[in-house]
Write a protein that binds this ligand. Structure first.
Ligand SMILES: Cc1cc2nc3c(=O)[nH]c(=O)nc-3n(C[C@H](O)[C@H](O)[C@H](O)COP(=O)(O)OP(=O)(O)OC[C@H]3O[C@@H](n4cnc5c(N)ncnc54)[C@H](O)[C@@H]3O)c2cc1C
Length: 373
């Protein structure tokens, strides 16, 4: 039986960040991942995730802002750029409550937000054409994160600072009945003083005892390449989102302009998910892109399947396990967690090493669903 001071199970977005922040504080820690590091089977593969400070709830605005210096720190360590501030443009038909709520929240917090007219949008971003009565809002505190690279960098920097990584080791069972949790894995048993569990879409299985109301959904993203790529590159185009259709997109980064639908897809489970790409969704997204960027001459490049792990209110689950304070849980990131992942890693490291954190995470308590029941 191996013993570790702190173990992190699941080295995707949240687990890799937790391992980094533990190592950064000089706390000896080990990480366990069931697949090869950098795999494409969970929620965090590919080229891009949106970073944005716009949220309808002030807590998320504050947490997004707190994540910025941590991303910048990681970026400064990496050989390749991890984060690019391109700005983000949201738009909707008049009367859309979601865009109004986001604008109201940002104004209440006195955060700078622009509301360019469609003509001003076209002047600034000649590729984009929106109907004249479109409602918009724009923040420059937004852009894209290279998701795959961020995870690899967190892990590389964690290892440099002494963290141990066990890859292709599956945790079959977690026994938290004693103070020191016991893990049964495909590579034998591990005992640890503190345990962080960040299993992404495998949360309903690995955290079965918590009976969290999580729904795993299949989501698909598609890349389209414009005929002339320069006007669609980061800097010439922001990240953009349509609050009516819930379709959103990224400038041409990686294989092309990426687009996806933020509406929840079909319910699934991570070991059974059908990764066949849906041609209907691909065509709808291409049509949408062609409507807002006429003349781009988009050709389809490729698509990918990913999963959201959703709570009923799309708020996260972060905190101590109700029946063992030595076990910390990070789950239910509901399709919008990546931008916060380096901060979530710091929060988990604080909780594991000190038992407390300065960040306001009470809203995310794992036992909040029990209270509601
Ligand atoms: C298509 C798509 C688009 C998205 N866009 C955005 C966006 O623009 N902005 C944003 O902020 N967020 C976005 N998200 C959400 C974001 O990517 C996720 O919230 C985040 O990546 C989840 O990270 P995680 O660590 O919880 O899960 P994962 O990164 O999947 O990590 C979980 C890890 O745990 C491992 N694991 C699980 N069970 C075991 C076990 N038993 N033993 C060992 N290892 C185990 C898994 O193999 C996996 O590596 C998007 C998600 C998708 C799917």
């Amino acid at each position: 039986m191996r013993h570790a001071k702190i173990l992190v199970v699941g080295l995707g977005a949240m687990g890799s960040a937790a391992l980094y922040h533990l190592a950064r504080r000089g706390v000896p820690a080990g990480g366990i991942e069931q697949f090869q590091i950098g795999h494409a089977l969970g929620s965090s593969h590919g080229f891009s995730r949106i970073f944005r400070n716009i949220y309808p709830h002030p807590l998320y605005v504050e947490l997004a802002e707190a994540a910025i210096p941590l991303w910048q720190e990681l970026d400064s360590l990496a050989a390749e750029k991890l984060m690019q501030f391109t700005g983000l443009l949201y738009f909707a038909r008049p009367g859309n409550r979601d865009i109004e709520r986001s604008i109201e929240a940002m104004e209440a917090l006195r955060r700078p937000i622009e509301r360019p007219t469609p003509r001003e949008v076209a002047d600034r971003y000649p590729a984009l054409r929106l109907p004249q009565d479109t409602v918009t809002c724009f923040t420059d505190q937004a852009g894209l994160l290279n998701v795959g690279r961020c995870i690899l960098e967190h892990l590389k920097q964690a290892q440099r600072r002494g963290a141990t990584i066990h890859e292709q080791v599956r945790v079959h069972r977690v026994d938290i009945s004693k103070d020191t949790p016991l893990l049964e894995t495909s590579a034998g048993r591990f005992r640890c003083d503190r345990l962080i569990i960040s299993p992404g879409p495998w949360a309903p299985e690995l955290l079965e005892d918590l009976a969290l109301p999580l729904r795993v959904t299949r989501q698909q993203e598609f890349y389209f390449r414009p005929k002339h790529r320069a006007p669609y590159k980061p800097g010439r185009l922001p990240v953009f989102g349509d609050m009516d259709t819930k379709y959103y997109g990224f400038p041409d980064y990686g294989p092309g302009v990426k687009t996806a639908d933020d509406s929840l897809g079909i319910e699934t489970s991570p070991d059974q998910v059908d990764r066949q790409l849906e041609p209907g969704k691909r065509d709808d997204l291409q049509e949408w892109l062609e409507t807002i960027m006429p003349g781009a001459g988009f050709s389809y490049v490729k698509g990918a399947t990913c999963m959201y792990t959703n709570t009923p209110d799309r708020d996260f689950v972060i905190g101590a396990h109700p029946s063992n304070p030595n076990v910390l849980v990070a789950a239910g990131f509901s399709g919008h967690g990546f931008k916060f992942s380096t901060l979530v890693g710091k929060i988990l490291a604080d909780l594991a090493a000190d038992g407390t954190t300065d960040f306001p995470v009470d809203r995310f308590r794992p036992d909040r669903f029990e209270k509601a029941a």
